[in-house]
Design a protein around this ligand. Structure first.
Ligand SMILES: Cc1cc2nc3c(=O)[nH]c(=O)nc-3n(C[C@H](O)[C@H](O)[C@H](O)COP(=O)(O)OP(=O)(O)OC[C@H]3O[C@@H](n4cnc5c(N)ncnc54)[C@H](O)[C@@H]3O)c2cc1C
Length: 438
């Protein structure tokens, strides 16, 4: 028995899309030159790059769900250039510069695909605010400012009425704005990329792979209604990579949650008073992510949970509890919008590792993976997926060197239940310490 992904169908981003075209299922006994498993940003990028290298090969891209229904379609839509806090604190300045240039590689690639295929996904060079509520958050901002200065990266302080004019709230004491990040409607981007793949990629959705067997001449992937054999398998399955026996005790499943409002009407926009199309991440990473979309919806994201039984959708009761918490956070910022309801609340799972290291490379004969994005997988999935295909094809480049320098082996986890208890108490402690910033 393996855990399969069963994301809930309450994700606002996916529900806001027009009806998606009919999908193909994996049926019969098939063969492909390459199989990419998992059609999130990592798998989409792997398949596209493989096809660019091998336009005559048969490439199958398989997902247990529809494209856009997994974590790639349910995140907060920040396509970050600046790496995560922990990576920013890496002692080697060259390591940070490599991460920056890899993220920028991803941004350039996504920007050119969005333009080339005219993908309607609210792609926006909006930059990013990092916001503090009180003294604890401000101390983090001071630290962040030093890191930006050391990196030679541009930033601006935004305070007082200038900040309130953007955000439509006085809740934040100050923020640092960095211009290089992008915002996107993530489900629209994932579906748009999926709809515009090279012709030699066949996409199979709603086609969970339930068993993987090594056979002479390659790997047999057994689905519920059919199978496919391939000599070369690329895994873009994030936390589910563990289910096939790889990186088994090294990836940690974490869930986080979001809620959004319906689009504000003209009267509510006047009460709101802020701008459209911005995103704010918390100065203290355990705080709240806030976005106002280009189409007038406010999004709240916070709360982390270690989910040993990942893959399952959360219960309605838990969803309601999380929505109630999100509501408090929303009203603390926007009491004037008390009559604006949340229409959707959803959760999503991604993989982190204890040493904050991403895996990139070969796992077995003919099996390759990029796994463990540590929660910033829009850019990372895209660049690591692209470069993994280069690696499989034997290509060389500075970016491929860079990614090999900054990735490694996620560290081993202690066994359950010790692991669960440890992660739960760390998350609880971080939540308590950050309570003034949530
Ligand atoms: C609420 C939330 C907010 C977030 N905000 C951001 C953000 O703003 N910016 C950012 O960069 N990141 C964010 N993240 C993290 C980001 O969503 C992930 O890092 C990213 O989606 C990882 O992409 P991926 O392609 O590696 O994996 P996934 O998107 O998880 O794709 C893996 C795919 O594999 C498929 N799969 C798994 N097992 C099987 C199987 N047995 N058979 C067939 N298919 C299978 C799944 O269905 C899934 O589609 C957020 C995550 C959440 C949940």
């Amino acid at each position: 028995m393996i855990h399969l992904p069963h994301d809930d169908n309450t994700c606002g981003w996916y529900n806001a899309l027009p009806k998606q075209p009919k999908q193909a299922l994996l049926t019969g006994a098939q063969k492909a030159d390459y199989v990419v498993l998992g059609a999130g940003f990592a798998g989409l990028a792997m398949a596209r790059r493989l096809a660019e290298h091998a336009p005559n090969a048969r490439i199958a891209l398989i997902d247990a769900q529809r494209i856009g229904q997994g974590a790639s379609g349910r995140n907060s839509g920040f396509v970050i250039d600046l790496p995560h806090k922990f990576s920013l604190e890496h002692p080697d300045p060259a390591h940070k510069q490599r991460l920056l240039s890899l993220n920028r590689f991803a941004i350039d690639q996504l920007a050119s695909l969005v333009a080339k295929y005219n993908i309607d996904c609210q792609w926006s060079a909006a930059g990013k605010y990092q916001g503090a509520v009180g003294a604890r958050g401000e101390a983090y901002l001071d630290h962040f400012e030093h890191l930006m200065t050391d990196l030679g990266e541009p930033f601006e302080h935004v305070t007082g009425t200038d900040l309130a004019k953007v955000l439509g709230t006085n809740y934040y004491s100050r923020a640092i704005y960095t211009p290089g990040g992008y915002l996107v409607q993530p489900a629209a981007l994932a579906c748009g990329l999926g709809a515009n793949l090279p012709k030699n990629i066949e996409v199979f959705e709603h086609s969970p792979i339930v068993r993987l067997e090594k056979e002479q001449g390659g790997w047999l992937l057994q689905g519920e209604h059919g199978s496919i054999k391939t000599p070369q398998l690329l895994l873009g399955t994030s936390i589910f990579t563990r289910e096939f026996g790889f990186l088994k005790n090294r990836l940690l499943p974490v869930m986080t949650f979001a809620s959004w409002t319906r689009p504000l009407n003209d009267k509510e926009m006047q009460q709101y008073t802020g701008l459209l199309d911005w995103g704010l991440t918390p100065a203290d990473h355990a705080g709240t992510t806030l976005r106002m979309t280009a189409d007038r919806r406010i999004i709240i994201r916070n709360t982390y949970q270690h989910v040993a039984k990942y893959g399952n959708s959360i219960s309605d009761k838990l969803r309601q509890e999380i929505q109630n918490d999100h509501r408090k956070v929303f009203l603390a910022r926007y009491p004037q919008l008390v009559d604006v309801p949340f229409t959707h609340s959803w959760g999503g799972t991604y993989a982190i590792s204890r040493n904050f290291t991403n895996f990139f490379g070969q796992l077995d004969d003919g099996v390759f993976a990029s796994a463990c994005d540590n929660g910033v997988g829009v850019a990372w999935g895209t660049v690591s997926g692209t470069l993994l295909a280069d690696y499989v094809m034997g290509a060389t480049s500075q970016s491929l060197d860079d990614i090999q320098q900054v990735t490694g082996m996620p560290s081993l986890n202690p066994p359950e239940p010790l692991l669960g208890l440890g992660v739960k108490s760390r998350i609880k402690l971080a939540k308590w310490q950050s309570r003034s910033e949530i």
